[in-house]
Design a protein around this ligand. Structure first.
Ligand SMILES: [Zn+2]
Length: 218
């Protein structure tokens, strides 16, 4: 079986979004082999740090928390969508998605990882119009996976209203954001997606291990 790991590595000092709402990642050794006979560590992560899953609780006080996510949704066939031609700040419109074969799980690849070093990385990713996102949900998409920080727009001068999150959560859609390593994907292959969040009681999201698997041919 071929496995492609789409998960980011969590490392000490890593920044994730607004520092008022997310801590810097801190991985710290606690027990040491020399003293205790074994190594143990602590880790400090934000609930939306690196590759992660959003739970409805992220935007709705009474929404389902991450420990109650339906694991059927997290594992299964996935439709791959090659959106690498979208430039920073581009908007995905209804006409861009209307011809797609919509499945329960959809992975949208913008190739955003390549912009990681530019200053606008945290703001100017391509995003979905409300019309396009609602169309995908109406067609049966339940898990929306993106390699950007969000399917919503956060560009300068754009109101941060998170309209896609707010409209799609009540329609039963969940989001996985900031997947990486999309260069390893062969868009003509068929994959199964596994995206498993930690079972953190009552939380709005969780770091997530995300992989694609495919039967090895030849
Ligand atoms: Zn998130």
């Amino acid at each position: 079986m071929k496995i492609i790991d789409l998960s980011s590595t969590y490392q000490t000092g890593q920044i994730a979004g607004n520092p008022e709402r997310h801590p810097r990642v801190e991985l710290k050794q606690m027990g040491k082999i020399e003293e205790a006979g074994f190594n143990t560590s602590s880790f400090l992560l934000g609930s939306h740090t690196g590759t992660h899953m959003d739970a409805p609780r992220h935007f709705f006080a009474d929404g389902a928390p991450i420990d109650k996510m339906d694991l059927h949704l997290c594992c299964g066939p996935v439709a791959l969508v090659d959106f690498r031609h979208f430039k920073p700040e581009a908007c995905v419109l209804w006409e861009h998605v209307k011809g797609l074969h919509v499945q329960e799980r959809m992975l949208f690849v913008f190739g955003w990882e390549q912009y990681r070093s530019i200053p606008q990385y945290q703001k100017s990713w391509p995003y979905f119009s409300l019309e396009a996102a609602e169309y995908l949900a109406d067609q049966g998409m339940k898990l929306m996976v993106v390699d950007t920080p969000s399917p919503d727009c956060a560009a300068k001068d754009y109101p941060e209203d998170f309209q896609v999150h707010k409209s799609l959560f009540p329609r039963g859609v969940t989001f996985v954001e900031l997947v990486v390593n999309t260069n390893s994907i062969n868009f003509s292959s068929e994959y199964r997606l596994t995206a498993l969040p930690l079972k953190l009681q009552g939380l709005d999201g969780s770091p997530c291990r995300v992989i694609l698997t495919a039967e090895e041919i030849g």
